[in-house]
Design a protein around this ligand. Structure first.
Ligand code: GLU
Length: 437
């Protein structure tokens, strides 16, 4: 059975990139009658906040993404993570590294000075028991590092990107899997190790996540092997880019699902739009669909490898479509409170009148809130500037306007036609003046 997961870190609000990863996971699970589960990766104690967890869960629910079973809380599984680290230490696949922060900084500076890529030089890989004892006697703390063989070639068949190959030499040297701690303990377990232990424990069959995790996948594959765990399949989805083609970041302003929601986008349009960010629907499906419709046909063959550029026009168009599809009665239900907030007198209007107004506004709305300004002339008598007022008081003005009304049809007017109609109306009303104000 397909079992996929979203593993958000509650160190910020639900980012659009994470939400899009959630959408792809959910679509894949639903397509295959599988399960979609959540794991809250809250091991960074300083930066993780429960309000972010709530924001993430609320955002997913709002988008219409439901999950199976209670979310797994990563910090509650730290004993299992430590056991796995102990297993690697016992098997000689990991070791304690006593190098101090200062020594590691000096090492990196020397590498940079000689134009080498910074990497851990595996200096404590083969310490003798005497050397270890000497470091311990100095009171040094130790990290735990996992051995990475530089000569290894790591390969996998990515469901989006096809055959992938990574060299062990490009993984930065032996990898820290537990933070610094007294040498008789195991410090806080780190990301790559805990993800592997948890994905295996949760029986995840497909790891679907952003392509910024590709180098992690290479490291994680080595950990699966070392721990003797069954491998999931991997699918790395393209990044979301801003309009300049760079990775969408905080600097782009609106990046959280809650931001889009606050701006008045509907869940249905945003979920639809996120599905299109990196996935092309099959021929004939069009671009406006629900998540449930997409789940019937979603597959990785149609996920693009190239980054997906964020396109506000498309999102706006989709939102307009969704509002229009709501129909006049529902639009009225949603707009009436906004009209009341704006101080428009709705109580004296009949339901039929309000719905007729919604019918009229519907096709031109991008955001629901646009319906406030567009409705203003229907609730408030427009205030006229002095010159307009004067013009309306000119002899013949009333007659000219009446004549104009009778010549208007339902067809949209071009500027030239409008001018001609005005001048005809003035003539018909026998006034030499034309209206300009
Ligand atoms: N917590 C990680 C993140 O938010 C999860 C990555 C993964 O899916 O393994 O980026």
């Amino acid at each position: 059975m397909v079992r996929v997961r979203l593993a958000p870190s509650p160190t910020g609000t639900l980012h659009i990139g994470t939400a899009r990863t959630a959408v792809f996971n959910w679509l894949y699970a639903r397509r295959h009658g599988g399960e979609f589960v959540l794991r809250i990766e809250d091991t960074d104690k300083e930066r993780s906040k429960s309000e972010y967890t709530s924001n993430i869960l609320d955002g997913l629910s709002w988008l219409g993404i439901d999950w199976d079973a209670e979310p797994v809380i990563q910090s509650e599984r730290v004993e299992q993570h430590r056991q796995a680290i102990q297993q690697l230490l016992d098997a000689g696949l990991a070791y304690r590294c006593y190098a101090s922060e200062e020594e590691l900084n000096a090492m990196r500076e020397a590498q940079m000075a000689s134009k080498q890529a910074p990497r851990y030089d595996n200096r404590h890989r083969n310490l003798s028991p005497e050397q270890e004892a000497a470091y311990q006697a100095e009171g040094r703390q130790a990290t735990v590092r996992f051995r990475i063989d530089d000569s290894r070639s790591i390969q996998w068949n990515d469901l989006v990107r096809g055959a992938m190959s990574w060299s062990g030499a490009d993984l930065g040297g032996d990898m820290v899997i537990a933070r610094r701690a007294p040498a008789d303990q195991i410090g806080d377990p780190l990301y790559n190790l805990v993800v592997v232990v948890d994905d295996a424990a949760m029986a995840i069959t497909h790891v679907i996540r952003g392509e910024d995790h590709i180098a992690n996948t290479a490291k994680q594959l080595l950990l699966y092997e070392a721990l003797g765990l069954p491998l999931p399949a991997f699918a790395h989805t393209p990044l979301i880019l801003n309009q300049e083609g760079r990775k969408l970041s905080k600097r782009d302003g609106v990046t959280s699902v809650s931001d889009f929601r606050g701006m008045g986008y509907t869940a249905s349009a945003l979920a639809n739009y996120m599905t299109l960010l990196g996935w092309s629907p099959p021929e004939g499906m069009g671009e406006r669909f629900s998540l449930a419709e997409a789940a019937k046909v979603f597959d990785f063959q149609r996920v693009n490898k190239a980054g997906a550029r964020f396109d506000w026009d498309k999102l706006n168009w989709l939102n307009g479509q969704v509002l229009h599809e709501l129909g006049a009665a529902e639009l009225n239900r949603r707009l009436t409170p906004l009209w009341q907030e704006a101080g428009f007198e709705t109580a004296s209007r009949s339901q039929a009148w309000l719905e007729q107004l919604c019918e009229l506004l519907g096709p031109s709305l991008t955001l629901l809130a646009d319906g406030v300004e567009q409705a203003r002339p229907f609730f408030e008598t427009p205030s006229l500037k002095d010159d307009a007022q004067q013009q309306l008081q000119q002899p013949g003005a009333k007659e000219a306007l009446k004549a104009l009304l009778t010549s208007l049809s339902d067809e949209p007017l071009q500027a030239e036609q409008a001018k001609a109609l005005l001048s005809d109306a003035c003539k018909a009303a026998d006034t030499e003046r034309s209206f300009s104000g």
